[in-house]
Ligand binder design. Structure first.
Ligand code: ADP
Ligand code: MG
Length: 719
């Protein structure tokens, strides 16, 4: 298609000249939609690939199948009506002739290719019966010299013609100020040259960007593709540095915030001591260690920002409860937020069981806040939260809604933190309490919990502003879960085994996958499985839990399962991971190939919580193709080979890349676009080393650097 001729003639106006939004062209709106607003955004919009328009191939030597650029004079141009209406243009360059065929064309294009015009055309050469031809080549009038550099092909959108985008980027590159921000006196980034000759060791940002948009034709294209070229490395170093700088800044800012000091004199009378005494088990050494780490943070006058990671079943809830007890002992409120109502209600039940009797004696209570609550009940809860009578507030997202006013929020705990977005974490932190003594505000301490351990490289980069506590030991008496991989054709055997388990007084989970395309299909699938199992297991109560059930009904089913009345629980959803029913000893996962690795691991963690030997059966189906995809095979293999959450997380990172660890919202925003943590370890080390001295010695440069890379998004890194 002839991009150059169809694109609008004028380059986009600079930002200042751009009209009001209503007057903008579709292309300008598409630019904004792609986030290409500032000149620097355009300058950082890098090509997907390149086209070589620096050379002309003589038509006589153009070979069939080759993508070539030719230049010649139009010697014939006519519209042929048959076999299909088409414009046929013949180019002659003295060495030979080539036909250009267009099945759709504008009158303006026909005019541009009139006899006598001198054209350049680029496309695949075909050697049809009638001689050489190109179908729908890109073309333009041959005026001006050949470009000296490769032509960039940018990622774009439907409304945004490539040629328009090229001009927009080129004019932004010409305008944009790229003052050097790397500090003099600090070590430069270690750019690897890969032994190529003639490449200079250090690139400025401007040089690197100009090169990446318009590389010299003799560049080794592979080094652009795998981003190992020094110009790429320079860019990645800049990006990693921006991220480290903003993380360090966030940490320093947090250190200046004030949080309540949650420390009490120990002693047998405290809630904390009484809770410990009331627990039916002793803490593991790992639980005691992380509990100490948290206690030390809580006793400081700056807000804690700590991630508590521990494999499924490691016992994070009780650690959270002990932290809550410390908070309440100090006279403050604690909020605990879970991503789903079922999880929240499990926490609620447990915490109520543990804490309610102890709180009651002090005239305090536990409040419960979820979405579907009755107006009156909710109003009552809000009242108790606002008055401070509710020392502990448990719930879902409802906890962070605007109307919820805490009297004195001292600690916020977020369970399954990766299921929450950055904005939600920020909202929770903003539930501040006006200080009685100071006019400023108190920030609550923040404890985030996750069963998906963060791999080390991520902890060092994205989460540099986070302290991490790890429970690396399971409570004693757990029996390891045996994992079996079975083709779906052996379903019958599985159902037999399941009958055995139930007959022995055990309980079973059967999980059906979420079918992304169709919630209805998803549901019918689970309903069918439910009916199948109910039919195969007379006398056994088979329960069904799916995402579209009303909360009350979900609740009732969960309740019956927890009480041991439901023997087999069929569930459509992976939403409710985190539930805790120690008597369940068999987990069957249907279409296991459709689940992510950490999801599978989380689901498997639902069994093996009691003393009974437990198993996890992964049923897989190869579908029509007859074999599993490579990544599905790797996931299932990893599940059979290891039950160590850290190892699972490491393999998951290998299989999926870092984006998925960061939660949906986080990954797209303000995160790494160019650098790859696995491949760019040396640059990451450099950025980590350089960021603190740069902030100390060259704060203005550091600010300019972060502004360039993150613009207004740096706020998100603080959550
Ligand atoms: P997770 O870390 O996955 O959230 P939970 O907090 O739900 O795990 O704990 C899993 C189960 O282990 C619960 O039934 C909990 O009461 C129990 N548990 C926690 N700590 C211990 C311990 N130290 N000894 C024995 N059981 C424990
Ligand atoms: Mg949990």
């Amino acid at each position: 298609m002839s991009e150059r001729i169809r694109a609008p003639a004028a380059a986009p106006a600079s930002r200042q000249e751009a009209g009001p939004p209503a007057a903008r062209s579709p292309a300008q709106r598409a630019l904004a939609k792609l986030g290409l607003v500032r000149d620097i955004d355009l300058a950082l919009h890098l090509p997907l690939r390149y086209e070589d328009e620096t050379r002309i191939t003589p038509i006589g030597s153009a070979r069939e199948g080759e993508v070539a650029q030719i230049e010649g004079v139009v010697v014939a141009s006519e519209v042929q009506p048959r076999p299909r209406r088409q414009l046929v243009v013949v180019l002659d360059d003295g060495s030979g002739r080539c036909e250009l065929r267009f099945f759709s064309f504008y009158p303006s294009q026909q005019k541009a290719m009139a006899v006598g015009e001198r054209l350049r055309a680029r496309g695949e050469v075909r050697g049809g019966f009638w001689g050489r031809q190109m179908v729908h080549p890109a073309f333009h009038r041959a005026d001006g010299p050949l470009p000296a550099a490769l032509t960039p092909v940018y990622p774009t959108a439907a409304q945004l013609p490539q040629a328009y985008l090229r001009r927009a980027v080129a004019s932004a590159l010409a305008r944009v100020q790229l003052p050097e921000t790397l500090s003099p006196g600090l070590p430069p980034p270690p750019l690897q040259n890969h032994g190529q000759d003639g490449l200079k060791p250090l690139w400025s940002l401007r040089e690197a960007l100009l090169f990446l948009h318009h590389p010299a034709p003799d560049v080794a294209l592979a080094t652009l593709e795998d981003r190992s070229h020094p110009a790429w490395q320079r860019l990645k170093a800049e990006e990693l540095l921006a991220q480290q700088l903003s993380q360090c800044t966030a940490r320093a800012q947090r250190a200046r915030l004030r949080a309540p000091v949650l420390r009490t004199e120990g002693g047998p009378g405290t809630l904390h001591a009484r809770l410990l005494a009331a627990l039916p088990f002793a803490l593991t050494a790992a639980q005691r260690r992380v509990e100490d780490e948290i206690a030390r943070d809580l006793a400081l006058a700056r807000p804690m920002h700590r991630l508590l990671q521990g494999d499924v079943g490691a016992g994070k809830t009780v650690v959270a409860a002990l932290a809550a007890a410390r908070c309440i002992d100090a006279g403050w409120q604690c909020a605990l937020m879970a991503p789903t109502e079922i999880l929240a209600s499990q926490h609620f039940a447990k915490l109520v069981q543990w804490l309610q009797p102890l709180l009651a004696g002090r005239g305090q209570s536990v409040a419960w806040l979820v979405g579907g609550q009755k107006k009156k009940e909710r109003a009552g809860m809000l009242e108790r939260v606002a008055s401070g009578e509710a020392a502990l507030v448990v719930g879902t997202h409802a906890v962070i809604q605007q109307q919820v006013q805490f009297a004195r929020l001292g600690l916020a705990v977020i369970d399954e933190q990766h299921r929450f977005g950055v904005a939600q974490r920020l909202a929770l932190r903003q539930k501040r309490t006006a200080g009685a003594a100071a006019p400023g505000a108190f920030e609550p301490h923040l404890l985030m919990m996750t069963a998906t351990p963060i791999p080390r490289t991520l902890a060092m980069s994205y989460y540099a502003d986070l302290d991490v506590s790890t429970i690396d030991e399971l409570p004693p008496g757990r029996t390891p879960v045996v994992t079996r991989l079975l083709a779906d054709s052996r379903r019958g055997e599985v159902i037999e085994r399941l009958a055995h388990q139930v007959a022995g007084g055990r309980q079973v989970y059967w999980v059906c996958p979420l079918i992304e395309e169709s919630e209805a299909l998803d549901l019918s699938n689970a309903t069918a499985t439910h009916a199948e199992l109910a039919g195969a297991l007379p006398g056994v109560e088979v329960g069904l839990l799916h995402s579209r059930m009303p909360a009350a009904e979900k609740h009732a089913v969960m309740e019956r399962f927890t009480q041991g009345r439901i023997g087999v629980l069929v569930s459509t959803t992976v939403i409710e991971v985190g539930v805790d029913v120690p008597n369940a000893s068999l987990m069957v996962i249907e279409h296991a190939e459709r689940f992510g690795l950490s999801q599978l691991h989380q689901l498997r963690g639902r069994v093996g919580r009691g003393v009974a030997a437990s198993a996890c059966v992964l049923l897989y189906s190869t579908g029509d193709s007859g074999h599993l995809g490579a990544s599905a095979r790797e996931r299932l293999k990893a599940m059979v080979e290891t039950s160590d959450g850290f190892e699972i997380a490491r393999r998951d990172l290998d299989i999926r890349g870092p984006g998925e660890f960061l939660g949906a919202r986080q990954s797209g925003d303000a995160m790494l676009r160019f650098a790859d943590l696995a491949a760019d370890g040396a640059l990451l080390d450099w950025a980590r080393a350089v960021a603190p001295p740069m902030l100390r010695e060259h704060p203005a440069l550091a600010r300019a650097h972060v502004e360039r890379w993150l613009g207004g998004k740096s706020d998100f890194l603080k959550a």
